[in-house]
Design a protein around this ligand. Sequence first.
Ligand code: DAK
Length: 263
Amino acid sequence: MSKRKQSEMTVELTQQGDLAVLTLNRPKALNALSFAILKEIGEAIDRVADMDVRALLITGAGDKAFCAGADIKELRNRSLVDQKRGAELGQAVFAKLDRLQVASIALVNGYAFGGGSELALACTFRLASPNAIFGLPEIKLGLIPGYGGTQRLPRLVGEGRALEIIMTGRNVRAEEAAQIGLVNAVVEGDLMEAGTAFAAKFTRYSLPVLELARRAVQRASDMPLHEGLEMEADLSTLAYRTNDAEEGMAAFEEKREAQFKDG
Ligand code: DAK
């Protein structure tokens, strides 16, 4: 836990039922990511690892923005060494989401620009409100994305689309984001409720087995097919060794609902 008082925190972490909810709470600056906030996000993700939860929801306070990106005011007049460290900090914080034992869902309510889009891209899933607008506008500032956008966007939407979005810096509205696979769904109404319902579609399954599925899929684009298949054989065998696999298959035969125990 940070030494800062909870009241001074710009990142809030709460538990709602079996979900952790991380809220970026700096609405006056459209939840822009200062380096202090990045560190708080990292600390909060570390705390999620110790919580008894089955998924993490990430959202932005206010009705205008998920997150308007890196704090541009902070990016100026820094040495190259500091800039590199800054990029590595953002990358390392967002990469914590990959290693978290539970899946993460970005609830994108409004603008998700630059680092905000990159945070959403680092989540396992993305849900968007109809007014959500994504973009990697770094090129307009004379920059390129530094918190994982050049790596995660092409993996999700393909190289051609990613290059076009990054090199033009254009906005991608919710509807298009869904068409190109940048978001899993556009949802009307309360985004938190939609996120909770989305999580409920998978959180009743075995947590360690869900984690194995995430690992296998996430690493697919990092390796040649034959290596990926080898990894899949290993991870699927690991899943087979769990008590939950035994229970799942027994429940099928006995025509009853499986009672998974996360083991
Ligand atoms: N940083 C700091 N303040 C921001 C901000 C941001 N990214 N976005 C908005 N704000 C602040 C505004 O300055 C304004 O503050 P006040 O002037 O009231 O004090 C307040 O939030 C409300 O914003 P607006 O008045 O502009 O609101 P509008 O509705 O008119 O416009 C907008 C909303 C989202 C279209 C607009 O605010 C906007 O264009 N914001 C900037 C979007 C953006 O360009 N984001 C940054 C992308 S670059 C790195 C390398 C690269 C990067 C990071 C690190 N390293 C090597 C370390 C790049 C990262 C990025 O994210």
